[in-house]
Design a protein around this ligand. Structure first.
Ligand SMILES: [Zn+2]
Ligand SMILES: [Zn+2]
Length: 309
């Protein structure tokens, strides 16, 4: 299995258009030891039968152009066989509407995510321009499904969506009921037995840790280093837990969970622009590295070999 990190930033990206925090300013000034990041999405491949996107960020067009293997091989073609969604947050789904140029799309999503995206949403009609434009395939919770392209071509990849603690997208608050299928982690497997868990938004690892035995690579929510990262400098009143992201470095945070997260390789992604570990020389980065974690960057390639089959 191959994974390409298309975007390793949280919602807003790094830098974020309306943010003048130290990290965003450092990138605009071209300072070293910190890299710009587009919004959260990965591409996964099990072989020559195409790529599967996990999430489709507002930056998808740039992300496709930046990765030659996602370029068309014919006048009308895309190597993207299917798109799997983890939730309905706009930083994970808005890119779908940028892929509206009349090409068959296959989207795997839970019922709650599908409803939030396609019901009462006039813009969604732009993805039903012809019969078979968008094929929706259901992701039932805790059940493995093979991922196939528009004509049923197998990709060699299988996915299990597991409910993980999260929250309903901001635009659905008070409109749609909160349900366990509004936020899932994706457990991906290929025929060779390589296993990856992609959990880019999660408030509590109690639902994640028990399912990491035999997982070769864990890609985990690295949004905030601390709970008050936005509130302390007055950027927002929200704390990390209000936004359903478990902070990394706080008491009870993901670093403390490390011994219980049995994956062979652990990588933080979906990183907010305020996160101090983005600076490669920071004390926070040293703590993360010392605890055995890597920090994803855009364009990072991960080869997943079955290490613990
Ligand atoms: Zn997000
Ligand atoms: Zn910023």
């Amino acid at each position: 299995m191959r994974i390409r990190i298309l975007g390793s930033g949280a919602g807003g990206g790094v830098p974020q258009w309306n943010c003048g925090c130290e990290n965003c300013a450092a990138i605009r000034a071209g300072r070293p030891f910190i890299a710009a990041r587009t919004q959260d999405s990965i591409a996964v491949s099990a072989g020559p039968s195409g790529w599967v996107l996990c999430n489709c960020s507002p930056d998808i067009l740039l992300q496709i152009e930046a990765f030659e293997e996602l370029h068309p091989k014919a006048p009308r073609h895309s190597p993207i066989a299917a798109i799997v969604l983890t939730n309905g947050d706009l930083d994970h789904v808005l890119g779908l509407f940028s892929l509206r140029e009349s090409y068959p799309l296959v989207v795997y999503a839970t019922e709650g995510v599908r409803r939030g995206l396609f019901e009462q949403n006039a813009i969604a009609r732009t993805l039903s321009r012809f019969e078979g434009h968008l094929t929706h395939r259901a992701l039932a919770l805790n059940a493995e499904v093979p991922i196939a392209g528009a004509r049923g071509e197998p990709t060699g990849l299988f996915v299990t969506a597991r409910p993980v603690r999260g929250k309903i997208p901001v635009h659905l608050e008070g409109v749609a009921p909160s349900s366990p299928d509004q936020n899932v982690g994706l457990w991906l497997r290929d025929d060779a037995g390589a296993r990856t868990a992609y959990v880019s938004a999660v408030a509590d690892l109690a639902d994640v840790a028990p399912h990491l035995g035999g997982v070769d690579v864990l890609l985990l929510d690295g949004t905030f280093f601390s709970s008050d990262e936005l509130s302390r400098p007055g950027l927002s009143k929200a704390r990390a837990e209000d936004m359903a992201h478990l902070p990394i470095g706080d008491r009870g945070g993901s670093l403390e969970w490390t011994p219980k997260l049995g994956a062979a390789r652990r990588i933080f992604t979906h990183i907010n622009n305020t996160n101090p570990m983005l600076v490669e020389t920071s004390a926070e980065r040293r703590r993360v590295t010392a605890a055995g974690w890597e920090v994803a960057t855009d364009g990072m390639e991960i080869r997943v070999d079955p290490t613990s089959a």
